[in-house]
Write a protein that binds this ligand. Structure first.
Ligand code: SF4
Length: 381
């Protein structure tokens, strides 16, 4: 069981992520504090939060709208929570299945600490079952079947700081189902001056989402579809909780960005994108960055064709016309639509080609376009 991120591992991660600027700091790696997790094999047996005992040894999970009711020994839909002797236990606390250094832009976070690297991690398990899941091998797996590292919150935060990192990003699977791990990591990370970010589908109950907003710095919510039936066909879940989550994040101090995967036959109509963009403008504001990504066949959607590039270019214009100011295209192989343009003078303020980033057109200290002085929203330094 691996409880350390070695300097060599971290630099290797950075290199694989195309990192140029992560400078390893001095300092010793701290010991992994594995005792915090009360380990059972490669999974944790950490007491969970957000559950209710409902009699006869059964428990109800209150983390997400599925509200799983579990008898002794039963596992929730997400595979991360189990009823052990009438108590809810999380098996993924401090047990990420994938850990990599990633460009912040990979998040995608385009208005948050650009051109920095983040330690990205995700545990096994997810409370959705999206037909196009990119990480289904572990997101839809049981944590006992994945190769988990042992990185409890305090050790994780300390190692990232020692290695010169600025931030930690919970991504790849669903951070909401490992909410205890996210919240505790954020506490230690903030004590060390690190930023904590989360990429999520937003399928969580209101109290969990409020607690998440109180704990982390930036959230990217996956706006999978703006149609309840299509959302259900893609995810096996309901759309409204995702909309509620976005509203909660938008009303908080947390930096918000949104992602929308454009899938032919599902989410590629002008009407849907127009409705989504108008909803975002009304509920989050025109300055909310929207990342529209190109789909490639995966998992149960292997027979769906990749999204044509011209479709994405057309839909980007629809989103702009609906009032959004920052609409990006992803998985487009260096398309100019990956860059940030000043809404007033149209100058390119941040150029992105893949994960190569140049901020020359942005006054980072003042968050303004260097040509016309227009305020560009974001957390830049
Ligand atoms: S977090 Fe997991 S166990 Fe809890 S309600 Fe959601 S799917 Fe069920």
């Amino acid at each position: 069981m691996n409880d350390r991120i070695s300097r060599r591992d971290f630099l290797g991660m950075c290199a694989r992520a195309g990192a140029l600027a992560m400078v390893p700091a001095t300092g010793q790696l701290v010991d992994g504090l594995g005792a915090l997790t009360r380990e059972v094999g490669n999974v944790s047996s950490q007491p969970a939060r957000y559950w209710t005992a409902i009699g006869n040894g059964r428990v109800q999970c209150n983390v997400c709208p599925r509200q799983c009711v579990l008898s002794k020994g039963e596992l929730g839909f997400c595979g991360t929570r189990v009823n052990i002797n009438g108590e809810m236990i999380t098996r993924v606390y401090g047990k990420p299945a994938l850990v990599q250094a990633e460009a912040m832009e990979k998040g995608p976070f385009f208005h948050y600490l650009p051109a920095t690297k983040s330690l990205a991690l995700g545990t096994a398990g997810c409370n959705l079952d999206c037909g196009y899941c990119q990480n289904w091998e572990f997101a839809r797996s049981n944590p006992e079947l994945t190769d988990n590292k042992n990185l409890p919150p305090r050790s994780l935060a300390q190692q990232v700081q020692d290695l010169g990192g600025k931030s930690i990003t919970f991504t790849y699977s669903e951070g909401i189902v490992s909410i205890e791990y996210v919240l505790d990591t954020a506490r230690y990370a903030h004590d060390l001056g690190l930023h904590v970010l989360v990429k999520t589908a937003g399928y969580g109950n209101p109290q969990v989402i409020r607690d998440l907003c109180d704990a982390v710095d930036a959230i990217n919510v996956d706006f999978k579809a703006y149609d309840p039936d299509v959302y259900r066909r893609i995810t096996t879940a309901e759309m409204q909780p995702m909309l509620d989550t976005i509203r909660t994040v938008a009303a908080s101090d947390v930096w918000l960005e949104l992602t929308n995967l454009v899938v032919p036959g599902y989410t590629d109509s002008d009407e849907m994108v127009r409705g989504m963009a108008r909803w975002i403008v009304s509920n989050c504001g025109a300055n909310t960055p929207l990342h529209m990504s190109r789909f490639f066949p995966k998992y149960r959607f292997r027979s769906v064709d990749p999204t044509p590039k011209h479709t994405l270019l057309r839909l980007r214009k629809v989103a702009f016309d609906a009032g959004l100011r920052y609409v990006y295209l992803g998985n487009m192989g260096g398309d100019p639509a990956e860059s940030t343009y000043c809404p007033k003078c149209l100058m390119k303020v941040i150029e992105r080609v893949g994960f190569r980033v140049s901020n020359k057109g942005l006054d980072l200290e003042n968050s303004t376009c260097t040509r016309c002085g227009f305020k560009i929203p974001g957390v830049w330094v």
